[in-house]
Design a protein around this ligand. Structure first.
Ligand code: SF4
Length: 382
């Protein structure tokens, strides 16, 4: 008998210990198909009132977005967390690094909660603190660290943000990567961009006008990043070899295929896509910019969008006067964003109402000091 979808989703129940490292979900999760689940969510949300703020990233499922007080990309949600001083609980419907940033930006009296601790990010995991320390030692040995400014994408662990803050750098998001990199070049001569090579390359080459040869790729799995001393010394931008498993899969073939299939289609992609894909698109922008572009588009226009599928489907549902399709023919959700579902949200809210704090995300004080510095530099970017 085939396994039900709900069985696959229920990590943290002690059913598959090999897959549940670090995942805790005490108590019983409601069943996803329970008829009264939406009403339970409504009742719990109303009972929590202003004690809780529910933040929902644009890549979340519809069932979760329906209960979000604020929706946005990682930049907008970081700003929202930073000013939400009245909320005792920030329920972050997104992935782990976003909840970490919210914890760094909120007061010690506030608790940040991630409804499913298995909601990580494969890109953030591609740069570990020890790998980045190793890279920095090489840059120090070659005498270039003193004039290299680290810029880390929001999609990184608190430890990487802390490294960035401690070494004079800033965090960036896809909304402000150009401003962050331009700022970094005012502080130093070279940029170490972590962990998304595509956002780094697209920003350096397509936004700041550097050449592709000005950028080198640091492979954390190879000695000296797989680069020669000369390549490291001559590079203007050292790109970390990380990528988003969702955006990295769009190809130029997908762009060509959709152009041949839909007359006058405009291709709109996120800057985490590969350089060749971004170069062959009509419009490139952050998730917020993608939403605004579709909102402003004329009725009857056709769009192929290269970003996470939950958002593309929601745009298609809310803009029925426009033709909106996913850029790739194969369906691909972000598997970790999708881990947050209504059962987990209800479980978290009902637990809080029973005075049981669950799934709190805490960044230790030492890491928080420099990560906060890097995040505040981003929030202060011109
Ligand atoms: S969409 Fe990509 S970058 Fe965003 S959480 Fe998923 S894997 Fe990470």
């Amino acid at each position: 008998m085939p396994m039900a979808l709900s069985d696959l989703l229920l990590l943290g129940q002690g059913k598959d210990l090999a897959s549940e490292r670090g995942v805790s979900c005490t108590g019983e999760l409601p069943h996803p198909s329970e008829p009264g689940l939406i009403e339970r969510a409504r009742v719990a949300r109303a009972a929590l009132g202003e004690r809780a703020l529910v933040l929902g990233h644009h890549y979340q499922r519809d069932e979760v977005i329906a209960f979000a007080d604020i929706t946005g990309d990682s930049f907008k949600l970081a700003q929202a967390a930073a000013v939400a001083t009245q909320a005792e609980y920030i329920i972050f419907c997104g992935v782990h690094f976003m909840a970490e940033s919210a914890d760094i930006l909120t007061s010690s009296a506030q608790k940040v909660i991630l409804p499913d601790l298995a909601a990580g990010c494969s890109m953030a995991d591609m740069a570990t603190a020890s790998q980045v320390d190793e890279c920095w030692k090489v840059l120090q040995e070659f005498g270039v660290a003193s004039h290299t400014i680290p810029v880390t994408y929001m999609n990184s662990s608190a430890a990487i943000k802390s490294f960035t803050g401690e070494n004079g750098g800033t965090v960036c998001t896809s909304s402000n990567a150009q401003r962050a990199m331009a700022w970094a070049f005012e502080q130093g001569e070279k940029v170490l961009f972590l962990p998304d090579q595509h956002l780094g390359r697209n920003t350096a080459v397509l936004s700041l006008g550097l050449s592709r040869e000005d950028c080198v790729l640091w492979n954390p799995w190879k000695p000296q990043g797989g680069l020669t001393r000369e390549e490291i010394i001559n590079a203007k931008v050292i790109l970390w070899r990380g990528h988003c498993s969702v955006h990295g899969r769009f190809t130029v073939d997908s762009v060509n295929e959709v152009r041949s299939r839909i007359p006058n289609v405009q291709v709109l992609v996120h800057p985490e896509c590969q350089y060749e894909v971004v170069s062959s698109a009509d419009v490139v922008g952050s998730t917020e910019m993608i939403i605004k572009t579709i909102e402003a588009a004329p009725s009857g226009s056709s769009w192929a969008i290269g970003t996470e599928l939950n958002l593309v489907q929601r745009l298609a549902k809310t803009h029925t006067d426009k033709q909106i399709v996913f850029l790739d023919k194969d369906v691909c959700y972000c598997s970790t964003m999708n881990r947050i579902d209504l059962p987990h949200l209800v479980w978290v809210m009902e637990s809080l109402l029973a005075n049981h704090l669950v799934n709190q995300i805490r960044v230790d004080d030492k890491t928080a000091i420099y990560s906060k510095l890097a995040l505040e530099r981003m929030l202060a970017l011109p």
